[in-house]
Design a protein around this ligand. Structure first.
Ligand code: FAD
Length: 423
């Protein structure tokens, strides 16, 4: 187990190498047109850093929404600890940076012609394309779970109306009700996310509806920070919260939206509130562009984030296969910066250069307490490798005040990441 000091040392190393590469690339004055699809943690960060590293480039962001709603910290909204407004970010800062924004959805990509076509029919040409479309739900991969079912059994795995729907359901539930969550098999967006959510819903129930119960049905036996979560649940929520792993018949095989019921191989649970976190895949535009493989996710060269299936298309964020880096906003933000550097280099006729990337996933176990897992990754050789000597997880038995300090660090991370992407 490695402490916070080691994490900080590696994070500093990352910014130093970034600065060296940037100055070379900027001096070369890259010219051309880069189109970014998706204005989330990955895409907005990449667009802004690209414009910073290579100001002569034309950078175009294609994004259908007029504002971005952040999934990180949306579990606090579910617990009634935060407003959705605090999760919502405009794209004004990108426009001020000189990034052209087209408010529309990319529908098709023709990699040979280097051309996108948008919902409105507009064709957009690129020299290089960055795809950061996040995830799509794999509808019906879980029997019975369709867009219609999500109207009553929300996933809330894309922030916005789904978050508010789940919040309203929790508010409307009577004390003594049963909340059932289902967690999918890996890979999926935000590995510790379901367990942070369970913690914060349990906190809400404990403080507002103490006779209620939360059951998590899980398609796997192991999950991110499991010993830390299990400890915290036992200590903070006791019998109110029950977790069932796959080997304990926890895998949900079917949902029945009419009855608000979730079924495992041997049992059926009728829920007062059901939160189904379903299987996922890269956003549809990645499949359409031919950059996703049979897994539904996108293989990339780890140094440049260029697709290994289609030239001149880079894929970052949740849509990419960057394991052992997790599908997190922290990772998408780091990948956005590195991808921007490498494109600035490529468009200046410089080869991409290996770097070091880092990730920290904070999870709230209560509104004022958090735990974390950190990792540091090399990308030389075209594949990601986690450094065994760096990173680590929070202590199981921490000194007094540690969890509260981590909650403050989580909040600082959120401010820094959203400021880099949107601020
Ligand atoms: P997104 O941020 O989802 O952005 C994708 C963007 O692409 C969207 O704006 C979308 O509108 C746009 N788009 C999609 N398709 C198209 C198209 N065809 N044309 C144009 N635009 C398109 N991560 C953390 O690091 N820390 C946390 O605390 C954390 N908490 C989380 C809590 C929850 C409940 C959830 C669900 C996730 C959490 N995450 C967290 C994970 C984080 O949300 C994702 O990893 C991150 O958003 C990935 O960034 P992205 O750019 O890949 O995708």
């Amino acid at each position: 187990m490695v402490g916070a000091l080691s994490r900080r040392v590696f994070a500093a190393g990352l910014s130093v190498s970034a600065a060296l590469i940037t100055s070379q690339a900027a001096r070369a004055q890259a010219k051309g047109r880069v189109v970014v699809v998706g204005g989330g943690y990955g895409g907005a960060t990449a667009a802004r850093f690209l414009k910073r590293y290579a100001p002569a480039l034309t950078v175009v962001l294609v994004e259908p929404n007029d504002a971005y709603v952040s999934c990180p910290f949306s579990n606090l909204v579910l617990a009634g600890e935060r407003d959705l407004d605090a999760q919502t970010f405009s794209y004004d800062a990108l426009a001020a940076d000189g990034i052209e924004r087209i408010q529309d959805r990319a529908e098709t990509v023709d990699p040979d012609a280097r051309r996108l076509v948008l919902s409105g029919g507009q064709a957009v040409l690129y020299d290089r394309l960055i795809l950061s479309p996040g995830i799509d739900i794999r509808w019906n991969a879980l029997e019975g779970y369709s867009p219609k079912a999500a109207d009553t059994m929300p996933h809330a795995w894309k922030a916005g109306p789904q978050t508010l729907l789940l919040r309203r359901q929790l508010e409307a539930m009577e004390d003594g009700g049963l909340v059932v969550m289902s967690a999918p098999a890996a890979p999926y967006r935000c590995p510790p996310g379901p367990y942070e959510r369970a913690s914060l819903i349990a906190h809400y129930l404990k403080t507002q509806k103490p006779r209620s119960k939360l059951l998590i049905l899980d398609a796997k036996d192991n999950f991110s920070k499991r010993p830390l979560f299990l400890n915290a649940w036992a200590e903070l929520y006791g019998d109110m919260l029950e977790w069932r792993g796959a080997s304990d018949d926890g895998r949900v095989s079917r949902v029945d939206a009419r009855a608000n019921a979730l079924e495992t191989d041997f049992e059926r649970f009728e829920a007062d509130v059901a939160n189904v976190i379903p299987p996922q895949q890269a956003g549809f535009i990645a499949q359409q562009a031919g950059v996703a493989d049979a897994t539904g996710w996108c293989p990339v060269d780890a140094v440049s984030f260029e697709s290994t299936l289609q030239p001149n298309i880079h894929v970052i964020g949740d849509a990419s296969i960057a394991a052992p880096m997790p599908k997190s906003a922290f990772a998408a933000n780091a990948q956005g910066k590195i991808c921007a550097l490498q494109i600035a280099r490529l468009m200046s006729d410089l080869p991409p250069e290996a770097t070091v990337l880092a990730n920290t996933c904070y999870s709230y176990i209560a509104p004022d307490q958090a735990i974390s897992v950190a990792g540091v990754y090399r990308n030389d050789g075209g594949a990601f490798k986690e450094l065994a000597e760096a990173g680590g997880v929070s202590l199981l038995d921490p000194p007094l005040g540690d969890r509260a300090r981590e909650a403050l660090q989580a909040s600082d991370w959120f401010k820094a990441a959203t400021s880099e992407a949107f601020g």
